[in-house]
Design a protein around this ligand. Structure first.
Ligand SMILES: [Zn+2]
Length: 219
């Protein structure tokens, strides 16, 4: 009987992965080559918001992010956390940065059963406490163009409490158009907080005009 037909072996493969989440080579979690592909960091300037990202969202990096987000490969978080950890530390002048994680939509969270960004940040050694939450359900971003995404994002997030006096660094998995991060920044500021900057695991190369832009991650 082929191994893939054996439910027990399939279950063990999830618990103890034997294929690299990036390239599929026989290895545990993430192979050395894919770890080496996580970088170099890049910076993006959005209106009023500086974003530092650990790697470009393409090739193996894209595979790793998708494996973590959509493939249930939470075991890849350790390697990805090593890539994002230096950026989290550098994003703030204080020793322990105050982080505001961009929340997944309710649908995505229910589908996955876990929160990829939260896992990532915890693995990077930082505490996670809720700062932002989804205020209302948005249409799937991937069906919208750039203008549509910005409109769709406006008002989609809100702070869980008053943020007066807090200087926060936003954290998300992938920067595409920036609409989601800008909405997160708006929500923090609306609650009285200051946004120091943003950190993402990966960033797509800037694409303007956005006529071909349809790769927004499912949130
Ligand atoms: Zn690999």
């Amino acid at each position: 009987m082929p191994a893939r037909m054996n439910p027990l072996l399939d279950a063990l493969a999830v618990l103890f992965p034997v294929e690299c989440a990036g390239c599929g080579s026989p290895d545990r979690s993430v192979c050395e080559q894919c770890c080496a592909a996580l970088g170099p960091a890049l910076e993006t300037q959005l209106p009023g918001l500086h974003v530092a990202s650990a790697a470009r969202y393409e090739g193996v990096v894209r595979e790793l992010v998708l494996a973590l987000k959509e493939g249930g490969r939470t075991d890849a978080a350790a390697a990805l956390a090593r890539a994002i950890a230096p950026l989290l530390g550098a994003a703030s002048s204080v020793h322990i940065p105050d982080l505001a994680l961009v929340p997944s939509s309710r649908g995505a969270r229910a589908r996955r059963g876990y929160d990829p960004v939260g896992i990532l940040v915890r693995r990077a050694g930082y505490r996670v406490s809720p700062v932002l939450r989804v205020a209302r359900t948005t249409a799937a971003q991937k069906t919208l163009d750039l203008v549509g995404r910005a409109t769709n994002s406006a008002g989609s997030l809100e702070a869980v409490r008053d943020l007066s006096g807090r200087r926060l660094t936003l954290v998300d998995d992938v920067l595409t158009t920036g609409a989601t991060l800008l909405e997160a920044a708006r929500a923090v500021r609306e609650a009285g907080g200051e946004v120091v900057g943003a950190v993402t695991l990966a960033a797509t190369p800037r694409r303007y005009p956005a006529s071909h832009s349809n790769s927004e991650q499912p949130r």
